[in-house]
Ligand binder design. Structure first.
Ligand SMILES: *Cc1c(COP(=O)(O)O)cnc(C)c1O
Length: 375
């Protein structure tokens, strides 16, 4: 039996290795030194990946999917009377603004539209105008389109005005080198099942320790209290407050060692970049067009326009690819008809070449016709 029926070319969960999956074939108790030591090692490794040798950073692991972690940050770090500025250009940025509204946090939204990067210039203007703003939040890789946002410039603007800077780096962390100190990031959020290549079940927050210490007692939720979760992990050396996803944690630890064996984030970034390049060049050669300009395209996920054929339906296309061993992702934007293909996980350029050949086969003449019409 093959390891997998199909490769997941989605933005999470991803295709993981046998090594990572095998780590889940044992049951683990949650309170002894072995397990807690593993949790501490995970936290230390994550801090090193995000902040290198810089002092003053810490890590909290949190049960649930990535969204739970974002919500734990939004609900715990903005004090009563604080105000959040959200820069958005897609569904995940919009989700942060929605969370803030649900939690009763005053919010200012800067929406640059799905097809443009967020604007650090507009943020500066807003921060000059509105002194009530205390926090700034942005998505790094906006999975809605595949766009990489200019977080260095956004961080510089936030820093210039002394604001706390929150980054949803869900679909980028582990797949691209990031230095929290240089980027002025106070809180960075990601999850187990994205570029670190673990399985779903928890997420993590990297934080500037000084900033996190100020969050005691201000959470708007008990289970998503970021400070309390951190405090317990610190004081009890790797203990989670409530039942931890033990198998998932074990698999994640293996995934971190696997990342190191691959050559670290730099090597993984190169593989993902090569995957994405192979995919987009191959797709273009058979007549498909990518949604984004290469200058803002991330190496993680790519949106393609539907071919111009009236016969094309996403569902039939999807089913045909699935039969041939690949699962892709529907589009999510309102401005155009698109589908998305992820290039992260245990995926390699040869997989992308095989995928493109199959797409050429299953679309028959349609993509080629589309190309001919444009030329
Ligand atoms: C995957 C993802 C999330 C979290 O989504 P969940 O479904 O809750 O895991 C948040 N932001 C971005 C940019 C993502 O790609």
């Amino acid at each position: 039996m093959p390891d997998n029926e199909y490769l997941l070319l989605t933005p999470g969960p991803l295709t993981t290795t046998k090594r990572v999956k095998a780590a889940m074939l044992r049951d683990w108790c949650t309170w002894d030194r072995d397990y807690n030591g593993l949790v501490q090692d995970i936290r230390a490794r994550l801090v090193t990946l995000g902040a290198g040798r810089a002092e003053g950073y810490t890590c909290v692991l949190m049960q649930g999917s990535g969204t739970f972690c974002v919500e734990s940050v939004i609900g715990s770090v903005i004090p009563q009377g604080g105000k959040l500025a959200v820069l958005t250009n897609g569904a995940y940025g919009d989700r942060i603004a929605q969370m803030a509204r649900v939690l009763g946090i005053e919010t200012a939204v800067l929406d640059s539209g799905e097809l443009s990067p967020v604007s650090p210039g507009e943020l500066e203007e807003l921060l000059r105008r509105d002194e009530a703003i205390t926090h700034v939040a942005v998505v790094h890789s906006e999975t809605t389109t595949g766009m990489l946002n200019p977080i260095a410039e956004v961080g510089a603007a936030a820093k210039k005005y002394g604001k706390t800077f929150i980054v949803d780096a869900m679909s980028s962390f582990g797949g691209i080198e990031m230095d929290m100190s240089g980027l002025h990031i106070d809180f960075l959020i990601s999850s187990a099942n994205k570029c670190i290549q673990g399985v779903p079940g928890f997420g993590f927050v990297l934080a500037r320790t000084e900033e996190l210490k100020r969050c005691e007692g201000q959470a708007r939720s008990l289970s998503l209290d970021l400070y309390d979760q951190w405090d317990t992990m610190e004081r009890q050396s790797g203990k989670w407050r409530f039942t931890s996803p033990t198998h998932v944690v074990r698999a994640f630890h293996e995934a971190l060692k696997e990342l190191e064996d691959e050559g670290g984030i730099k090597a993984r970034f190169e593989r993902y970049t090569e995957n994405q390049r192979t995919l987009s060049e191959g797709m273009e050669a058979i007549g498909f067009r990518a949604l984004l300009d290469p200058s803002v395209q991330s190496p993680f996920i790519t949106s393609f326009y539907y071919p111009d054929s009236p016969d094309f339906t996403f569902l039939a296309f999807y089913e045909e690819l699935k039969k041939n061993g690949f699962v892709i992702y529907p589009g999510k934007i309102s401005a155009a008809q698109t589908f998305r293909i992820g290039s992260i996980g245990d995926i390699h350029p040869a997989d992308m070449r095989r995928l493109v050949r199959i797409i050429a086969d299953v679309t028959g003449g349609t993509a080629a016709t589309a190309a001919a019409t444009r030329n």
